[in-house]
Design a protein around this ligand. Structure first.
Ligand SMILES: [Zn+2]
Length: 478
């Protein structure tokens, strides 16, 4: 089976085929352009935001697993209504303020083992391209200037050119309040309004403004993504990702701006394949600070969880399903990962320095089959844990050979290029625990088994297990 993905544009699961099959990189791999709407850097990202970024990381990794060369782009929105408000409150220069939150965002991305996107364009570095795109829309009569020096996108004019507004979502034009105008970047989902492309400078913007053919001002949020994605990936590209809350109006507006500018080869869309990650609930409810279920990655780390456990939990449910993220789920992630780590540890012990000639087929085949089905991660994880059970059975029966262990480990390594579950950090035993373990070895050598057992129990009470392996005793946290 070939890779099949749900496309929001066609509302169906379709085979994934690159838009430009002849576009290959230096290694001969087909090149795929992928754009995912990135963060607005004015605060720490919450776990709901990171569900989307982990999802984008999964898509990129799986396309790479399938042999594509992925040009992964994620924008950093560093000028926007909320940022300007914060800049005013803190008194910090815009770039200083946004650099801080950009760094924190990237640290969180690293702690969740997300591969860094290959390009992280910042909106303020693309003002020229944004203005050029708005000029095209003005020249085609689709955008218009208002008396205050702002520029708006006209949905009516756009539709008049034979273009369709409402490609990603079904819009009820009759029921919606057509013809209104909004300056806000995020507007009411019930309003079908002309939206701002360029916002004229107002006193509250302080020093945040740029010159333009329409006077001083700053770009709207939607146009930033159109300009940056097309500047880097070209006027038509393969995949555009984001959270489902961005489908309307943000992504719909991106299509309208990009296709309205008429920069594509006739008949070719702005984006071939749209993918949207579903919402995240926390403890069964919509996240909110007042309910106490609003978590950043850092909040979870402060509670003693690791980025590895958070990533595992976020990757345990299919991306199109609303997922209920709970602390109990994180505890479950810890248990599941421990089971996986234990199995891998045993396989590593048996494999020793034996190198695999090729990865064992079973796991890789079952994993690929599951993931080809619109990235069915739950089924892919089921294949992994079935594999763990099978390895444990072989280990218990003494049927695991170094060659087999090496081949199975190679299979897991291959699959894990997609899951990106980092190796477990081996906990460092404190000096007193190491001293006890050494005392136990000495007792055993002296054939004082009662003392050796007593030390084992003492270690257990302190939260450590000692396992005798071919290479000597090994300490493990309980
Ligand atoms: Zn965007």
């Amino acid at each position: 089976m070939a890779l099949q993905l749900y496309n929001t544009l066609t509302r169906s699961i379709v085979p994934f085929e690159p838009l430009f099959p002849d576009h290959r990189d230096a290694d001969g791999k087909q090149v795929v352009g992928l754009y995912c709407c990135g963060p607005t850097v004015y605060d720490y990202g919450h776990i709901g935001n990171f569900r989307t970024f982990v999802f984008a990381d999964l898509v990129r990794r799986y396309l790479e697993f399938r042999g594509y060369s992925v040009q992964h782009v994620m924008n950093i929105t560093d000028v926007e209504d909320k940022i300007i408000r914060k800049v005013r409150e803190t008194g910090l220069p815009l770039l200083e303020f946004t650099a801080k939150y950009t760094d924190l965002f990237l640290q969180d991305l690293d702690s969740l083992s997300c591969l860094r996107p290959k390009e992280l364009p910042r909106a303020t570095n693309y003002i020229g391209q944004i203005i050029a795109l708005i000029e095209k829309l003005v020249a085609r009569g689709i955008a218009y200037k208002t008396s205050d020096g702002s520029v708006y996108f006209s949905i009516e004019k756009y539709q008049g050119c034979g273009c369709k507004y409402g490609q990603l979502v079904n819009l009820n034009f009759e029921a919606m309040r057509v013809g209104e105008r909004v300056a806000n970047d995020e507007y009411d989902k019930e309003s079908l309004a002309d939206f701002a492309l360029w916002k004229a400078r107002v006193p509250e913007d302080g020093p945040v403004f740029w010159p333009s053919p329409w006077g001083e001002g700053r770009p709207g949020w939607h146009i930033e993504c159109s300009a940056m994605s097309m500047a880097i990936l070209g006027p038509s590209f393969d995949l555009h990702l984001g959270g489902e809350d961005l489908a309307f109006p943000h992504h719909e507006d991106e299509i309208a701006q990009s296709e309205g500018a008429g920069v594509q080869v006739p008949g070719r869309p702005f984006v071939k394949h749209w993918m949207h990650g579903a919402h995240l609930l926390v403890e069964g409810k919509k996240m909110s600070k007042s309910l106490g279920n609003f978590f950043t990655v850092r909040d979870l780390v402060a509670k003693g969880y690791t980025g590895r456990e958070v990533r595992f939990l976020l990757l345990s449910a299919a991306y199109r399903e609303t997922f209920n993220f709970t602390l109990a789920g994180l505890d479950g992630a810890r248990t599941a990962l421990a089971r996986l780590d234990e199995c891998i540890g045993k396989l590593q012990e048996i494999a020793g320095s034996t190198q695999a000639t090729a990865p064992a087929a079973g796991l890789v085949d079952r994993f690929t089959q599951a993931m080809d089905d619109d990235l069915n991660v739950s089924s892919a994880w089921a294949a992994v844990f079935e594999w763990v059970r099978e390895q444990n059975r072989l280990l218990a029966a003494g049927q695991m050979t170094p060659a087999l262990a090496a081949a199975e480990l190679a299979a897991w390594k291959h699959v894990n290029t997609v899951f990106g579950i980092s190796a477990a950090a081996a906990p460092e035993a404190p000096a007193e625990i190491v001293a006890l373990a050494e005392a136990r070895v000495a007792a055993k050598k002296a054939k004082d088994f009662a003392r050796a057992d007593a030390i084992r129990n003492e270690l257990k009470a302190l939260g450590w297990a000692v396992e005798d392996t071919a290479k000597g005793p090994k300490l493990k946290r309980l």
